[in-house]
Design a protein around this ligand. Structure first.
Ligand SMILES: *Cc1c(COP(=O)(O)O)cnc(C)c1O
Length: 962
């Protein structure tokens, strides 16, 4: 071997592939034998229809190892130029408290957790989310807040559609104050048009008159305004109510610590961003948006809401409340399509409030307010608004360019307002020296001699307290904070504990090497509206990732802007809509959706102004082609699109997919592919090769972004060339999309840009060959589990040659009749074995859908299969009458430590069987912190904020005694 050849071999650039993929080559061989295949190629041939095989992966890189990928991303991050950005517009510098940075944002115990649908093993993050909801309700002055929305712009848009459907008088007009953030206005306009909402912009001074004249269903205002004006919004709220309209206020959380909260002024809905509570700028996201509402609107609120209920022993326990509002239940009648939200970021913001407490937050707010007043006093330019919180707007006139340039030279990005004014938004990161520099640029640099000017009007001063709950007043010492976060983390099951085999959710490895670049300062500290020439590293990374995703999907163009799968669906359907309109076929509005589709599909179609027509599925879970053909024909000239998931939601590569696409195209419709199951396709086939026109990918599934306990996510869309001119764009950043695009679907130009390095690193370290092998091993792992479990559980749905794709469905419906055992009992019993349940009752009620992913090792797959087989034996004991039908380990699951260790034990099975059902559990026991949570009780007695927990304990005991 040549020296270079020898070096190449020893450098082992493909090393990461072996770290990402769980089974060793030897294990792959034995697993192949178990499923009766000779090699991965034969397995693939028996799984993926030949008609759609064939991929050109030549454009993908060859793999590099972890060190090289990190170095490459560090170099990219260093091409971004970090200035102090005082641009504001809803994005502010903030210090992420180091204790939160390391122990939440950089901690897999928090970032690898799943959405808290299995409440008993998610009590830690549910508590953090109740803290978030409490933070939002306290600051906004409204009684109910959800556990995060995607960003401020979409939160405002969600509030608009909420108000539209809640409004009785059926007006279709929305009045928007012209001093809302421009990206918020743009997102709202995009959202409004397809559903027939007319948006009327009005200058603040004209608001009351416009409201009286237009009789809108709602009014949207910003508080303080986008250039900093702090005005009393009571008159416009009163004008709105007099006209029968609802009021939506987009508010700055830090300002609300000092000024009268909109809820106290009569606002119906308050929305905004929690970014400045310790979440890095990250070029625009991910950050948690928020929404708070009046009590009467809580049942129409979009997204997840955490509520306090009780468990089977009557102890307080939290879980997701009022889920019947959500898309997975209500589908086309849902209030919103939101699924993945921004849980990790909401947790960070809540912890920032826990860390600083009400007094700390007020101090930070007072400091930035004083900084703003100092600069106002130092400035030789007149103030546009005398009343402000942290943002001043200066009439710089002919000197505007000179001021902007002087600031830039000194290291500051200011905001240019029109042609003759400049705005500066102060934040907690601005130092005394920086303040002096800025004061010097504006006029008077000696801070000691400056007389502060303007500021908060006394009439708007906040008079009510906030964050009185104990949790916000207890953990200000670092040891206490550290232990509080650890205590919550330990209550939860995340990927750092055991596999989370959630069908459709693809809980694969989130490698540490992929996560490290996220907090590189060069990525973390960039403002989304900084001059693009300061974001060259980001743009280069984004363009490269787009190109790779084009290769993976076979499509011509990609937009990374949508910040969840649901948002990708919506964006993709808007692209289809714009395409039809551009061809003079804007009347096409029928969207065919198979009954097995994910709930986000119909919910997104409705948001895109389409009418949903549901098509059937056959006995094997496949699309009923004849029904589809008939409905496509029936709606022919009005057919806009088909939404189809591939492989099907039942985990099968349907043979008919090409034909299905052809049927739609023949009628002039477009095919939207839901790419949630992309992990079964990468490298083997592609959305373009099956015949789709557009698809979304969930980078938080297939491309390794962690789920964060329910977000963040990234849901980019790929489109064929004819749809490329109709991708999203952004009013403030031309690079974000084509000039011919339909507008933004996210507040930030590139959505959740700060987490894109994760997917970049994954593709870079796997290369084309690694990605293909990952897909094959994902399919192998699923078929191996199906083979191990098939004698114990009926496996629903297989392809023509008896194979499943990357997931398999275990039928648990038979156990109810014989033993009264429900699928939920199995899911809860798995917690006693230390596992998170597979996807429950979706897409088929009474089943479990298992998706192991390629990252799980054979021993972990075996451990899970052993648990399932052991549970099957317990079910059999009930079926055969050897165990009591009501009092058995399944019905009583999960078992808590307090219960198993108690002096009393009244069950007919042993404590050992309750807690240590298999030997391995003994070695590494996870104790669920609560017993089974009572959902009905919680929805009947809705509590969504934290009073001291003792208070719940008392009501719970009272009610249990009733
Ligand atoms: C996860 C998923 C979605 C929604 O994605 P979010 O990022 O949660 O909005 C849509 N369709 C399918 C099939 C999914 O599994």
């Amino acid at each position: 071997m040549s020296v270079l050849g020898e070096l190449t071999a020893l450098e082992d650039q493909g090393e990461f592939i072996r770290r990402h993929i769980g089974p060793t080559p030897g294990e792959v061989a034995s697993m192949l034998a178990t499923i009766g295949c000779t090699d991965l190629e034969e397995m693939t041939a028996r799984t993926v229809p030949a008609a759609i095989r064939g991929m050109d992966f030549s454009g993908l890189p060859s793999p590099v190892n972890e060190a090289a990928a990190i170095a490459e991303l560090r170099a990219l991050s260093e091409r971004n130029i970090r200035k102090r950005s005082l641009i504001g517009m809803g994005y502010h510098g903030t210090h992420t408290p180091p204790v939160i940075l390391r122990n939440i944002l950089e901690n897999p115990g928090w970032y690898t957790a799943y959405t808290p649908y299995q409440a008993e093993i998610a009590q830690g993050r549910l508590e953090a989310l109740v803290n978030f909801q409490t933070l939002i309700t306290d600051l906004t002055g409204l009684p109910v807040a959800g556990a995060s929305l995607l960003d401020e712009g979409t939160a405002a848009a969600e509030a608009v559609t909420l108000a539209h459907s809640a409004h009785k008088a059926k007006s279709d007009t929305l009045v928007v104050a012209a001093d809302c953030h421009p990206q918020t206005i743009a997102v709202v306009q995009v959202r409004a048009e397809p559903v027939g909402i007319r948006v009327v912009l009005a200058e603040p001074a004209q608001l009351a008159a416009t409201i009286a004249a237009e009789k809108p269903f709602a009014v949207l205002t910003q508080y303080p305004g986008t250039t900093g004006a702090l005005r009393d919004i009571t008159p416009e709220i009163e004008a709105a109510h007099a006209a029968g309209a609802l009021t939506i206020v987009a508010a700055d959380l830090l300002a609300l610590t000092l000024v009268t909260p909109p809820g106290e002024m009569g606002a119906d809905i308050v929305v905004g961003s929690s970014q400045r509570f310790g979440v890095p700028l990250g070029y625009g996201g991910p950050h948690a948006g928020y929404m708070a509402v009046r009590d009467a609107l809580k049942r129409s609120m979009p997204g997840r809401l955490v509520g306090v209920s009780i468990d089977a022993a009557g102890a307080p326990a939290m879980r997701l409340a009022l889920q019947t509002r959500e898309q997975h239940i209500r589908r086309e009648k849902a209030t919103s399509n939101i699924c993945t939200a921004q849980v990790l970021l909401a947790v960070m913001a809540s912890m920032y409030a826990v860390w600083h407490g009400p007094e700390g937050l007020k101090r930070i707010a007072r400091r930035v307010a004083l900084q703003a007043r100092v600069l106002a006093g130092a400035s030789r330019f007149p103030l546009r608004h005398g009343a402000f919180f942290d943002t001043i707007c200066l009439e710089t006139g002919a000197e505007t360019d000179a001021v902007m340039q002087a600031a830039l030279d000194a290291g500051f990005n200011l905001r240019r307002v029109g042609t003759d004014a400049v705005a500066l938004a102060l934040d907690e990161t601005v130092t005394r020296a920086e303040l002096a520099t800025l004061a010097g640029i504006l006029g008077q640099g000696d801070l000691a001699t400056v007389t502060p000017k303007g500021g908060l009007p006394a009439t708007l001063a906040r008079t009510t307290g906030f964050l009185k709950a104990e949790v916000f007043n207890s953990h200000h010492a670092e040891h206490s904070m550290l232990r509080y976060m650890k205590r919550l983390e330990d209550k939860d099951v995340a990927l750092n504990r055991s596999m989370i085999p959630l069908g459709s959710c693809t809980m694969k490895l989130n490698a540490t090497a992929e996560m490290i670049p996220v907090t590189f300062p060069g990525f973390a500290d960039i403002h989304p509206f900084a001059p693009v020439n300061q974001a060259e590293g980001y743009i280069a990374m984004i363009r490269q990732l787009e190109e790779w995703l084009c290769r993976v999907t076979g499509f011509a163009a990609v937009s990374l802007q949508p910040n969840a799968g649901s948002q990708g669906e919506y964006a993709g359907l808007l692209a289809i809509r714009a395409y039809h309109q551009a061809r003079g076929e804007g009347h096409r509005n029928i969207c065919l959706i198979p009954s097995s589709a994910h709930g986000t599909n119909p919910a997104s179609a409705v948001m895109a102004g389409m009418k949903v027509v549901v098509t059937g599925c056959d006995r094997d879970g496949n699309v009923d082609v004849e029904d589809l053909r008939a409905k496509a024909k029936q709606h022919g000239p009005n057919l806009a699109a088909l939404m189809v998931t591939y492989p099907s939601t039942h985990g099968v590569f349907e043979e008919a997919i090409r034909e299905i696409c052809a049927i739609i195209h023949a009628e002039g419709g477009q095919v939207y592919m839901d790419g949630a199951n992309m992990n079964a396709q990468v490298g083997l086939t592609s959305p373009a090769s099956i015949g789709a026109d557009v698809c979304h990918l969930n980078l938080h599934k297939t491309f390794c972004i962690p789920h964060g306990g329910g977000g963040p996510g990234v849901g980019p869309i790929g489109v064929a060339a004819h749809l490329a001119p109709h991708l999203p764009n952004h009013p403030l950043v031309a690079e974000a999309g084509p000039a011919t695009g339909f507008g933004p679907v996210s507040a930030a130009p590139f959505g959740s840009a700060a987490i894109l390095p994760i997917s970049y690193a994954y593709i870079r370290m796997m290369g084309g060959e690694g990605l293909t092998r990952a897909t094959q091993v994902a399919i192998l792992n699923a078929n191996y589990m199906a083979a191990r479990l098939r004698d114990h559980f009926p496996i629903l749905y297989r392809g023509g040659q008896g194979m499943v794709a990357h997931e398999c469905i275990l039928d648990c419906r038979g156990f109810q009749q014989n033993g009264g055992v429900l699928v939920e009992d199995i899911a809860k019993r798995l917690q006693d074995y230390g596992f998170h349940a597979p996807t429950m009752s979706w897409p088929v009620t009474g089943t479990l859908m298992v998706e192991p992913t390629e990252s799980e090792t054979k021993s972990e797959l075996d451990r899970f299969c052993d648990a399932m087989i052991s549970i099957r034996a317990e079910i059999r004991a009930v079926e055969q009458g050897r165990m009591d039908r009501a009092d058995n380990p399944l019905k009583n699951a999960p078992h808590t430590m307090a219960e198993v260790m108690a002096s009393e034990w009244a069950h007919p099975y042993s404590r050992e069987q309750a807690a240590f059902p298999l030997p391995y559990v003994r070695m590494n026991k996870y104790w669920p912190p609560v017993k089974r949570v009572d959902n009905v009780h919680g929805d009947r007695n809705l509590i969504c904020t934290c009073a001291p927990l003792e208070a719940y304990a008392e009501t719970a005991t009272l009610q249990a005694a009733e």
